[in-house]
Design a binder for this molecule. Structure first.
Ligand code: ACO
Length: 334
């Protein structure tokens, strides 16, 4: 059996910075509330009229990752694209990447696991590599949230949290079983699906509701039971990190770099404290990008790597929790 390892990383975020102060001009909110509850200072939101979408940003990040891997688009054997904000209801963004990067007619799948999307995407790519089916897999996480948020006071509990952006990595086959992805761990609990949800468009509701076009209909906007999500997040994050450590006979003190899904700085700080990690062992960037859901882990991983915070042989742990509920972790020996 082979192992898979990351050989190229890239990310792209739109130029347009939106600060908490900017938001206070369009809804009843303020910098203090947002920073105290979430740690977020600013996020990037695609400016209307620009070309960026989830697929376009994903393609930009992917180009950087492929180049840094020392490969060309023709070396990629498969595409895995994680997003909750695809350009089309169908088909998925993966096929758009095949077209945008003018790749061979390789297979492409989309992963719909929201905040855990990138963990699921990495795990999927890892399985294809481990079994020997593919050698080089392009894994992308991208979100275009800003066009789908309720940016009025009615939606402030959710809309201040999310940002736009994309990240990508290339996973390749290695025969060194001590390096690369050591294990991945995935979970779900669908009874909480409606606690963090965008209800429509869905095949059950969308056409009648669009036809009726009711102004008071909020089912198109994300809904979140924030406190319930918080409570579950801290439990599941801990469980799935421990699961990854135990599987590899490791303990928290072995972690060189922990990169949590950038859901909320308070969640990340809680986990950091619980696992007794120092500031050098954790990387957060939600302050600058908000919660970019399926893109958040790969943007943070790329940024940490660019800042030389990850070195050869480091033990890197990635973990996420989000809508579904779904959660998961990836343990990597760099
Ligand atoms: N600005 C100002 N006031 C606000 C805002 C805002 N943006 N949003 C809500 N409020 C008000 C509410 O109306 C409420 O007012 P009231 O007491 O007069 O009714 C008050 O602030 C408290 O609202 P809560 O929703 O109870 O605020 P809470 O303390 O729970 O914080 C938050 C909300 C930050 C979402 C919190 O629940 C949380 O962190 N949840 C975790 C979930 C999470 O991180 N989700 C990220 C996305 S999902 C994921 O990635 C896992």
């Amino acid at each position: 059996m082979y192992n898979s390892k990351i050989i190229g990383l890239g990310f792209y975020v739109p130029d347009n910075k939106v600060t908490n102060h900017d938001l206070s001009k369009i809804m009843d909110t303020n910098d203090e509330w947002i920073q105290e509850r979430t740690g977020i200072k600013e996020r990037r939101w695609i400016k209307e009229g620009t070309e960026d979408t989830s697929a376009v940003m994903g393609a930009k990040a992917a180009k950087i990752a492929i180049e840094r891997a020392g490969l060309t688009k023709d070396d990629i054997d498969f595409i895995v694209f994680a997003t909750l904000s695809p350009d089309y209801f169908f088909p998925g963004c993966g096929v758009q990447i095949q077209d945008m990067l003018e790749m061979r007619t390789v297979g492409a799948i989309d992963i719909r696991n929201q905040c855990s999307g990138f963990i699921y995407a990495m795990s999927t790519a890892d399985q294809f590599i481990k079994t020997g089916m593919y050698k080089n897999v392009l894994v992308i996480g991208a979100e275009y949230h800003s066009n789908g948020l309720d940016k009025t006071t009615r939606g402030r509990g959710v809309s201040v949290i999310f940002g736009d952006g994309a990240g990508a990595c290339v996973l390749t086959r290695t025969e060194d079983n001590t390096k690369g992805i050591l294990s991945t761990h995935l979970h779900s609990e669908g009874k909480y699906a409606e606690k963090l949800v965008v209800e429509t468009p869905s095949i059950r509701h969308w056409i009648p509701q669009i036809l009726e076009n009711k102004k008071e209909d909020t089912s198109y906007f994300p809904y979140m039971d924030g406190q319930l999500v918080f409570k579950h997040a801290i439990v599941r994050f801990s469980e799935v990190i421990n699961e990854g450590l135990e599987k590899n006979n490791l303990s928290a003190s072995d972690i060189d770099m922990f990169i949590p899904h950038q859901a909320n700085l308070r969640i990340a700080q809680f986990i950091q404290k619980k696992f007794r990690l120092t500031d050098d062992q954790v990387y957060n960037n939600i302050m600058h990008y908000g919660n970019t859901t399926a893109a958040s882990i790969i943007i943070a991983l790329t940024e940490a790597w660019e800042k030389d915070k990850i070195k050869e042989n480091d033990l890197v742990v990635l973990a996420a929790f989000g809508s579904g509920f779904t959660w998961g972790s990836v343990v990597i020996r760099w």
